[in-house]
Design a protein around this ligand. Structure first.
Ligand code: C5P
Length: 227
């Protein structure tokens, strides 16, 4: 069978990465979490004091972009890479509410997107890749053989995300998670550069009422039709 490129876009907390990882495992593809790259740049901006409270100083980050080196390294034998910022594994730092509350401001910047999209396109050259994000089917891989666009009601998404977050961050409330999910979608959908929108040739998956198993079955079928 032939190796294809699978692009998974959609709203925040729709389970894109869960599906992407399942597919990568099943088809022995490389998985790339592009949200982790925007989160890593946000973490860098925080460490370099480019934020004043929640406000990003764009020229501060802009002047330091050349100092940012982002890569994925495979942990043990799995195909699932973890994100490294200037040689340091930052997975443990980038999923916090603090980063979630700031990331969409960083992701708005054209220069940031340009830098990360280039790395993403490089990683996808050999196909056999599943990448999730917001602009994969529209900008990064407009020629992807399979494009999915995932969505679900905001309430359901926040609930799923809250259940995940409360394990490590018990102080975070459901309302805070719901507000963050809505705010990110709003900023991501309305930004000037590469806004979140469904590609014309993407297949929409609303998983509000789908179990993980049902969803996976349906998507595996879609992949099999292409390979
Ligand atoms: O996928 P995740 O929710 O971790 O992404 C975090 C944020 O990164 C998104 O809310 C969005 O602002 C940004 N992002 C993006 N383009 C991508 C992936 C993520 O703008 N391809």
């Amino acid at each position: 069978s032939k190796k294809i490129c699978i692009a998974i876009d959609g709203h925040s907390s729709t389970g894109k990465s869960t599906v992407a990882k399942q597919l990568a495992k099943k088809f022995n593809y490389i998985y790339v979490d592009t949200g982790a790259m925007y989160r890593a740049v946000t973490f860098f901006a925080m460490k370099n004091k480019c934020f004043n409270e929640n406000n990003l100083n764009e020229s501060c980050l802009g002047s330091k972009l050349d100092e940012i080196h982002i890569e994925f390294k495979q942990e043990n034998s799995s195909r699932l890479g973890e994100v490294y910022l200037n040689g340091e594994n930052v997975e443990a730092f980038i999923r916090s509410m603090e980063v979630s509350n700031k990331v969409s401001q960083v992701a708005k910047l054209e220069e940031v997107r340009k830098k990360l999209v280039e790395i993403q396109q490089q990683m996808g050259k050999k196909k056999g890749i599943v990448m999730d994000g917001r602009d994969i089917g529209t900008v990064v891989f407009p020629d992807a053989e399979l494009k999915l666009f995932m969505t679900a009601s905001a309430h359901i998404r926040a609930k799923r995300r809250f259940n995940e977050i409360k394990i490590n961050q018990p102080e975070v409330s459901f309302d805070e998670v719901l507000a963050n999910v809505k705010e990110r979608d709003e900023i991501d959908s309305n930004r000037r550069h590469s806004p979140l929108k469904m590609a014309d040739d993407a297949i929409k998956i609303d998983n509000s009422n789908l179990s993980e198993d049902e969803q996976l079955k349906k998507i595996v079928q879609l992949v099999q039709e292409k390979i």
